[in-house]
Design a protein around this ligand. Sequence first.
Ligand code: GUN
Length: 284
Amino acid sequence: MSAQILDGKAIAAELRESIRLEVDRQVAAGQARPGLAVILVGEDPASQVYVRNKKIACEAAGFNDVSEVLPADTSQEAVLALIDQLNADPKVHGIIVQLPVPKHINPETIIERIDPRKDVDGFHPYNVGRLATRMPIMAPCTPHGVMTLLAKTGIALRGLDAVVVGASNIVGVPQLLELLNERATVTICHSATKNLPEKIAQADLVVVGVGIPEMVKGAWIKPGAIVIDVGINRLEDGRLVGDVEYATAKERASWITPVPGGVGPMTIATLLENTLKAAYSKAD
Ligand code: GUN
């Protein structure tokens, strides 16, 4: 059996179009355009690509893009001062600081300074706490985008055995919470986990976000499982591959995300979705 492909590129394009239409409606009704501030400190090449893509998506959706690129030696105080200014600016509805930040800057201090109502990354402890207590407001974009993809399969998550591989704040931990909130039985694995292949072999759903090329072997996948690959890794020969050995996993899975064109496009579409919510939701 060959898996059905979860086409994140197409699903993200649909979502972005529905967001664009909603912005048009709101603007026609006299509301301001959503404003998103993406702060990039330094010149990390992967971050530069992400930030450029966010900017393009922002403008295509009719948002105001108020991105700021700061030199790598910008002090933490200066970044905090910029966040204070953006927090106070009524034209700015969403603020994100692209991670990783340079070593002299503490990411937790930065994240905690963002007004939780403008925290469209969903990384502020307030928003993580809301998700953990089943009262989400802003949920982290990549795991929430995965939930949107999973909804497209039409498969009920309730009672499924899910394994999340990778326990980062950006992907693994919020993914665990999202799946738990849908009543899946979730196991989270990380670098200290024993017997990873056996754990994956039991899973009806596997979500992998570790940043190691093809770390999860296709032979480990339970026949009929859903496989979500959050990884995107560039090999020395220039090829982009995920964290899952795609060719072999595809022959066992029922559904699988390709790399590229799977989870990646959903992250940006979900960032726009969160910013739309921050701009137009009435809760204060
Ligand atoms: N770096 C990698 N993924 C992300 C993300 O979703 N948000 C931010 N701010 N930085 C990232």
